[in-house]
Design a protein around this ligand. Structure first.
Ligand SMILES: [Zn+2]
Length: 342
């Protein structure tokens, strides 16, 4: 059992062994030890780094990066923050998972090399399930009950390239949405997008929102590299959230520009490849695009006589995301369009 058991009536069992005390004042570097019995290691576990900084009374911010292992800006920013934060700087508690889905982070992949799971599609997890399910179950039932706010840092990863932004979902709970808007403005990314995802269930953020926890994610770069502007926005944004919540003293660092708010309201915003090949985008990120015009073309390199297959925009708006690499397969996302919040 972890040191901090959840409230009465909540899930009380986990197979994860934790060697930090979340209620202890001071700064601790430790691990979440998630069981991983395999042919080479009968009682083996994988140690996921966790850092806790606590002092006095105040809110708890849970910071996570590496939920997808091929998204790097957040991993770097939280690695630095973990060493920089001292208890004397904190009023409340900061829990940091700089490499949340650690096996994927080590592999530099979106999904787990152990069980093949995308941890951001299997929340709230299952303590009797696979490695990623055990970990997500622990995060849901043991870390989230401690958290007043959650920031899950993402980027476009290997497959996508995104204009840097923070993100939350379009919710029926207007009060949670309003609080999230303030959280986003405090982070200070150039854009905040409120979305209806094509597959939002099972995400970490959805699980936080369902529980009424102030939560946000981000897309701060992509293309399987470290985006320097995205990294600067991440570092500044995380510090700003600590100041916004009153955990650290301000002042809040000014952003490049104030945050503009956008919507990703329905599935027509997403454009998927109708064929496999090389994707040639026709527009740079940030372009204003029109419904009915071509977004890009997919080339079948094996057949020079065959004209490329066109991908057409279904919606007018701002081109926010495009394919992050040259090759594309049928069904892959090739472009995502957003519209201004009215
Ligand atoms: Zn991600």
């Amino acid at each position: 059992m972890p040191e901090s058991a959840p409230a009465s009536g909540a899930v009380r069992r986990t197979r994860v062994i934790v060697d930090v005390d979340f209620d202890k004042a001071g700064k601790q570097f430790g691990f979440l030890r998630v069981p991983n019995s395999n042919n080479d290691s009968a009682w083996g576990a994988i140690a996921i780094p966790v850092v806790v900084v606590k002092n006095g009374n105040g809110p708890t911010l849970l910071l996570t990066a590496g939920t997808h292992g091929d998204e790097y800006e957040g991993q770097i920013a939280l690695h630095d923050l973990a060493r920089a934060l001292d208890p004397g700087m904190v009023q409340g508690r900061v829990i940091i998972l700089p490499a949340h889905h650690f096996p994927a982070c080590l592999a530099g992949t979106r999904t787990s090399p152990i069980d093949g799971r995308d941890i951001n599609r299997i929340f709230p997890g299952d303590d009797r399930g696979s490695f990623a399910q055990i970990l997500s179950h622990y995060v849901t039932h043991f870390l989230l009950p401690m958290a007043d706010a959650v920031m899950d840092l993402h980027s476009g990863g290997h497959s996508l390239e995104c204009m840097p932004c923070t993100m939350s979902h379009i919710l029926d709970d207007r009060e949670v949405m309003a609080r999230t808007t303030g959280f986003a403005a405090a982070f200070g990314a150039p854009m905040h997008i409120m979305s209806r995802e094509v597959d939002g269930s099972g995400t970490f953020q959805w699980t936080c929102e369902e529980r009424g926890i102030l939560a946000m994610s981000s897309e701060l770069g992509g293309g399987n590299r470290v985006d320097l502007r995205g990294l600067r926005i991440t570092e500044r944004g995380v510090r700003n959230l600590l100041a916004y919540l009153g955990i650290c003293e301000g002042p809040v660092a000014p952003a490049e520009n104030s945050t503009s708010f956008w919507l990703l309201p329905d599935a027509d915003c997403y454009h998927f490849a109708p064929a496999s090949g090389i994707y040639r985008p026709f527009h740079p990120l940030g372009s204003q695009v029109q419904a009915g015009e071509p977004a890009g073309a997919i080339y079948d390199i094996a057949d020079p006589a065959k004209p490329p297959v066109m991908v057409m925009f279904k919606r007018s708006g701002l081109l926010w995301t495009t394919r992050g690499q040259g090759r594309i397969a049928t069904g892959d996302a090739s472009a995502v369009v957003i519209v201004p919040r009215s």
